[in-house]
Design a protein around this ligand. Structure first.
Ligand code: SF4
Length: 383
């Protein structure tokens, strides 16, 4: 059987820029849908030449706000993917959506186009928090969108952001219980982080708000893990929780360091070419990308081959996020070395002794305590 592949499509536009967001998202007055559809199809064809002879198992429309795409564009990209590659019978096709009534109105057409999984950016169930996060929807509107999504898609998930200014562990526990009553098979629960270049970065620096302290935030993380596990949706990744078998298969491709191609502004790809892992990055600026695709057939800004130590580090950074850990044999085949041998006893032993890592004959795994402070663990491993 040909090697599995994921296809990522980036739609870079949003109605407004959320103050915490550092994604490649842009606000524009008008978007020429037909021109964008053609450019995305052109780069998809280029991606099929980059990574041919694979079986596509997942597609993911991310952004930006891909629920603002014309459903015909989504449908055309799905159809062309099926023509360009072999695709698995249970092809997972996820689309990220904002839970406004306008976007929910497109769900029937998106399902018709072939989308079978939707991830809704609900972000909070509290009206003040939604205002603070700069979201355009109300909590009620989000609930209605979730209901509509359930009617149209086999699989649904929604995101929430916690550890917000003024949020106590008790308030988060109550919000989480409400979320669990609404949730289906999957939930993504992210801690609010302040990223450089965002409006929150400036606001935070000038003292406009204060985030919960480290201990409170750690408590909220632990509550999240415990409540979600008790509800039958344990964490399979630091911020992602699912019923058994309901994990997002596309995101698993990233964390297992498997192959994917990226299409659209700023999209990344990683795929094996023989013994080499090729990394690609498309141009971030929407207009520059569009012009490049129209001129040259693709908007690639950078292509390099990830070698030796870099491959080990990338695979490690991804794999230790997963509760299942890193399969040592698979890691060796994708990264070129057994992780335990590559890292060495002197770096691993202190982290195992501290309870942050576990090693057995088949796996290297970050424990829940290790995943909670993964950045610090990785600093020790790849310093
Ligand atoms: S809708 Fe999503 S991608 Fe767009 S600005 Fe907000 S957080 Fe960023």
């Amino acid at each position: 059987m040909s090697e599995p592949l994921g296809v990522y499509v980036h739609w870079p536009f949003c109605k407004s820029k959320c103050p915490y967001c550092d994604f490649n998202s842009h606000v524009r007055d008008g978007v020429e849908q037909a021109r964008w559809r053609q450019a995305l199809l052109t780069e998809l064809e280029y991606a099929a030449r980059e990574a041919p002879d694979r079986q596509v198992q997942t597609m993911f429309f991310g952004g930006g706000t891909p629920s603002l795409m014309a459903p015909e564009t989504v449908g055309a990209l799905i159809r062309r993917t099926k023509e360009l590659w072999d695709t698995s019978r249970d092809l997972e096709i996820t689309l990220e959506a904002n839970p406004t009534s306008v976007e929910a109105g497109k769900f029937a057409a998106l399902a018709e186009a072939g989308v079978n999984r939707v991830s809704l950016g609900v972000q909070a169930l509290d009206p003040d928090a939604l205002r603070f996060l700069g979201r355009e929807h109300s909590a009620d509107e989000a609930m209605e969108a979730l209901d509509t999504a359930r009617r149209h898609f086999g699989r649904t998930s929604f995101d929430l952001i916690y550890a917000r200014p003024g949020q106590t562990p008790e308030a988060w526990a109550a919000e989480l219980d409400r979320a669990l009553a609404l949730a289906g098979e999957h939930l993504s629960l992210y801690q609010l982080t302040i990223e450089r270049g965002t409006r929150f970065f400036t606001d935070h620096a000038r003292g406009a708000f204060v985030l919960p302290g480290e201990e409170e935030a750690a408590l909220m993380f632990e509550q999240t893990q415990a409540r979600l596990a008790a509800s039958g949706r344990p964490a399979y990744e630091i911020s992602n929780h699912a019923r058994p078998g309901a994990a997002c298969r596309h995101n698993l491709i990233y964390w297992r360091y498997q192959d994917y191609v990226g299409v659209g502004p700023g999209a990344h790809g990683r795929f094996a070419i023989g013994d080499v892992k090729r990394a690609t990055r498309r141009m971030s600026g929407p207009e520059a990308w569009l012009e490049a695709v129209e001129r040259a057939g693709h908007g690639t800004a950078e292509t390099n081959d990830v070698g030796g130590q870099d491959r080990v580090e990338e695979a490690l950074m991804m794999g230790l996020r997963l509760a299942e850990g890193i399969d040592r044999a698979t890691f060796a085949s994708v990264a070129g070395a057994d992780p335990v041998e590559a890292l060495g006893e002197s770096r691993l032993a202190p982290l195992v002794a501290a309870g942050f890592l576990e090693i057995d004959a088949t796996h290297l795994t970050a424990t829940p305590a290790g995943r909670q402070r993964l950045n610090a663990v990785l600093e020790r491993l790849i310093a």
